[in-house]
Design a protein around this ligand. Sequence first.
Ligand SMILES: C[S@@+](CC[C@H](N)C(=O)[O-])C[C@H]1O[C@@H](n2cnc3c(N)ncnc32)[C@H](O)[C@@H]1O
Ligand code: SF4
Length: 390
Amino acid sequence: MGGEGVDGIEDTQGGFGVYVHWPFCKAKCPYCDFNSHVRLVPPDEARYIAAFRREIAHMRALSGPRNAETVFFGGGTPSLMAPATVGAILEAINEAWPLTADAEVTLEANPTSVEAERFHGYRAAGVNRVSLGVQALDDADLQGLGRMHSVAEALAAVGIARSAFDRVSFDLIYARPRQTPEAWAAELRRALAEGCEHLSLYQLTIEPGTPFERLYGAGKLILPDDDLSRALWDVTQEVTAQAGLPAYEVSNHARPGAEARHNLVYWRYGTYAGIGAGAHGRLVSGKIRHATFTERSPEAWLKRVEAAGHGIISDETLSAAEQADEMLLMGLRLKEGLDLARHARLGGRVDPERLATLEAEGLVALNAGRLCVTAAGFPVLNAVIAALAG
Ligand SMILES: C[S@@+](CC[C@H](N)C(=O)[O-])C[C@H]1O[C@@H](n2cnc3c(N)ncnc32)[C@H](O)[C@@H]1O
Ligand code: SF4
């Protein structure tokens, strides 16, 4: 537990957003360690709506009056929710934190045909952006990833999404077993040909406790070595930049102006309410920044909210030093970099010698008061952050 900001600083920069977690999936993908659960009996959405309403009211009391610039329904699989459920939650959010006129409201969706049928309903409920988990444009690899959709079904869902929404993004996972730079370049070009304004491109990560970790440990899942990973990274940067969707964050690419504003709230170290099971929040009340975390188990979360009005199991006051560390960690992920004056107001300090070394190595650069990781630095971002934060 920490204390107040340096000299009682109240830092509300970076925008305000609301994250809503829907913790259910049809099946568990073998690579995924998100807080997602498979249930034979579908959840009682009316009961969840009532619980979301109560938790939103509780978080509103912590945050004080703010306007929501962004809302993000993440999961799990939020596209399993009925559009009316999404509409009811949005209404409660709007009562608590009136949405700005141009608020970005995103919903994460799986690209199956059943879910695509609901896209127009989400639009009518107030969603104005979708992010689809396409993951691969190769049927054998989709099977290997344990996905429940084919390439054709996923691309059909992208088409339906584009007819319903002006703003569509999709996710792909690369550095998959046996993937070559040539095959990835072709896949990426095909993805870009869909004409979406935004793509999230994640390197496959082996997460603890997943079936992929066990397969990897047993030598049954072979991932690209460092050289091949680097070649795949380079292809990603080249092909997306040529198509006009350069990286603005380590794994996120957009046409200029089409960046995901909700995620920018995290990376610019803004303020956000985290609602639902296993959601993180950062709420500023006066001079205190709270780090909130809710119960992960959906049923236990529901019971807590029904009994106490919220599912928060941890509410920590972040010290100025902790805030400065988080701000650095988040800000360096962005191409625009970290605002050094804001970082310094929280007492954050970047060691001048280490900075000079990284600059001399061409891994970071100073640009109009911002500390930015360079194109050469991004592939080794973790090492750069470790050097600066250590
Ligand atoms: C909350 S998840 C998924 C949303 C949605 N349920 C889906 O699967 O389409 C967000 C994204 O994280 C990425 N992801 C999840 N686990 C990953 C892993 N182990 N390695 C790389 N990317 C991963 C996937 O691209 C996924 O679409
Ligand atoms: S990747 Fe998506 S669908 Fe698969 S288990 Fe994770 S959250 Fe669920």
